[in-house]
Design a protein around this ligand. Structure first.
Ligand code: G1P
Length: 308
């Protein structure tokens, strides 16, 4: 099984991150010095997915600009011999050399299932990856790469899952277990989009990485013809399972951050900095300094309050 293509749906309006997303795509928000989308592309390439199809919408042009060459900037840095900055440009150059990027416009926000369906003409009859850029997964190895290995082994679709507490179940697609294969791998009996915790088939939440059979497209088309409002990818996967397709769920190792919300983004920056060879060295002193500064501020405002 050859898997070389990945669909990255990046057409969402980013309303959970307003007002910044009025003019900056949420995928371009920085996690330290790199935009969130670069972590996704690096994970895809580390998993040997070189053909990258972004689903975009109006206002997302900075994504294609970012991965494009910038002759003016390259020239300037070469002239000025700014070695450290050149290294950053070369990193992007290396991504450009390895990847083929294509951009597909989703004209209306009709849901994740509809976004994936837009890539059908580019995928053909192959297995392919889907990576949701709100989910940043930091592990030892490429998360999507691990899913590809399992898809090859089982010759079937695979979804990444992680256990979540009951209070978070209604924010995710949740899988039901048909057969436990190993402690981290099971065959899926059903998938339900954002159920109430009391109706959920398990606490295994889908975390934005999928390897899917191209049969998903027929399922999405069929489910979509009845759908009112948004078409969910989960509904297409549920339809494939009902049609007798095997789908597996793999408990993906690594730390997952939901960078689609300000709190998740803050956690991601702190978490990534703590693992970073350069920023980690500064984290303890930054936090200590902020703590002291905040407590001083707090105390002085108390003092002002008392003196009034
Ligand atoms: C989407 C999927 C959901 C999945 C989640 C992971 O939901 O529809 O099944 O669990 O991503 O982040 P969203 O968060 O876009 O509402």
């Amino acid at each position: 099984m050859d898997v070389t293509k990945v669909v990255i749906p990046a057409a969402g309006l980013g309303t959970r991150f307003l007002p910044i997303t009025k003019s900056v795509p949420k995928e371009m928000l920085p996690l330290l010095e790199k935009p969130a989308i670069q972590y996704i592309v690096e994970e895809a390439l580390a998993g040997s997915l070189r053909n990258i199809f972004f689903i975009t919408s109006r206002g997302k042009e900075s994504l294609s600009d970012y991965f494009d060459a910038s002759l003016q900037l390259d020239l300037l840095l070469h002239e000025q011999q700014q070695k450290s900055k050149l290294a950053v440009v070369q990193e992007l150059e290396s991504i450009r050399r390895q990847a083929n990027f294509a951009y597909i416009r989703q004209h209306e926000p009709l849901g994740l299932g509809h976004a994936v369906l837009m890539a059908q003409p580019c995928i053909g009859k192959e297995y392919f990856g889907v990576m949701l850029p709100d989910d940043i997964i930091m592990g030892k190895d490429s998360g999507i790469g691990a899913l590809i290995r399992i898809a090859r082994q089982e010759k079937a679709s695979v979804i990444a899952v992680q256990e979540v507490p009951a209070s978070c179940i209604s924010s995710y697609g949740i899988v039901g277990i048909k057969k436990q294969i190993t402690p981290n791998l099971c065959q899926v009996s059903q998938v339900v989009e954002k159920p109430n915790p009391e109706d959920a088939p398990s606490n295994l939440a889908i975390v934005g990485r999928y390897i899917l059979s191209s049969k998903i497209f027929a399922s999405l088309e069929e489910v979509g013809s009845f759908a009112e409002g948004e078409l969910q990818l989960t509904e297409g996967i549920a339809h494939m399972i009902r049609n007798g397709e095997k789908v597996f769920a793999y408990k993906i190792p690594g730390m997952r951050y939901d960078v689609g919300t300000p709190i998740g983004w803050l956690k991601a920056i702190l978490g990534i900095a703590m693992q970073h060879p350069y920023y980690a060295k500064h984290m303890a002193s930054i936090l200590a300094e902020l703590n002291t500064a905040n407590s001083l501020l707090y105390n002085s405002s108390k003092a002002i309050e008392h003196s009034l």
